[in-house]
Write a protein that binds this ligand. Structure first.
Ligand SMILES: [Zn+2]
Length: 223
């Protein structure tokens, strides 16, 4: 990887694959911008008041996902802004749907050049996913603070990254777990398949320690 060029790194993986954690570590190490659709979407809502954006604010309040058309617009507009300042952007689970992949991915390649776009899939099995979700704790103040239950980290423990408290979430309930699994299979896998038709995807074994997954990512990126 040549550091004088701007890069985009797309990290994919089913829920609980550790992609959020890996995106954060990689961002801390490289200074690349850590991009999550939910956070950028919320910021965009606060800064814009057109009709389409107002509707997304209502969807968000109702606990629903942003519409793909609007999400694609936000991802592209934000990317064009961020890339002026940042040396690179790490996309944490974006694009989430086939619609978004078609709208966003070819544009990114055009913007940065094919050789500067990296796509990594952090792979864990469905069994590993279920095992991890059962042990997962999330901060009640910031959903990016995710931990695995241990002797020192339990529901009610103060969040190591801020003022929040760690708790299990609705995601731990069986039906929500099933919904998230289905969503990944039905929406995100087609997006990944579409990208696979255009680009090389490097699969990373996600069933290793955080450190070893990170090492494999660095190796794949040639950093
Ligand atoms: Zn926290």
């Amino acid at each position: 990887m040549t550091m004088d060029k701007k890069v985009a790194i797309f990290l994919f993986g089913r829920p609980a694959s550790g992609k959020g954690t890996q995106a954060k570590i990689l961002s801390d190490k490289t200074g690349f911008y850590h991009f999550t659709t939910s956070r950028e979407g919320k910021e965009y809502i606060n800064a814009h008041d057109d009709e389409q954006t107002k509707r997304q604010a209502e969807l968000y309040k109702a606990g629903k996902l942003f519409l793909p058309e609007w999400t694609s617009r936000v991802v592209l507009e934000k990317t064009r802004e961020i890339i002026k300042m940042a040396k690179g952007i790490i996309y944490d689970g974006t694009p989430r749907t086939l619609y978004e992949a078609k709208a966003v991915f070819p544009e990114m390649v055009k913007l940065l050049g094919k050789e500067n776009v990296y796509v990594l899939l952090i792979d864990i099995s469905v069994e590993e996913f279920k095992r991890r979700v059962e042990k997962r704790l999330i901060c009640n103040r910031d959903s990016r603070h995710v931990y695995i239950r241990s002797d020192s980290l339990m529901p009610g423990t103060k969040c190591p990254d801020g003022d929040g408290v760690l708790e299990t979430r609705d995601l731990d309930k069986k039906e929500v777990l099933q919904m998230r699994t289905d969503e990944y299979a039905e929406k995100t896998i087609p997006a990944i398949k579409f990208i696979e038709g255009l680009h090389t995807i490097t699969t990373i074994n996600g069933e290793q320690s955080v450190e070893n997954v990170h090492k494999d990512i660095i190796e794949a990126l040639n950093l």
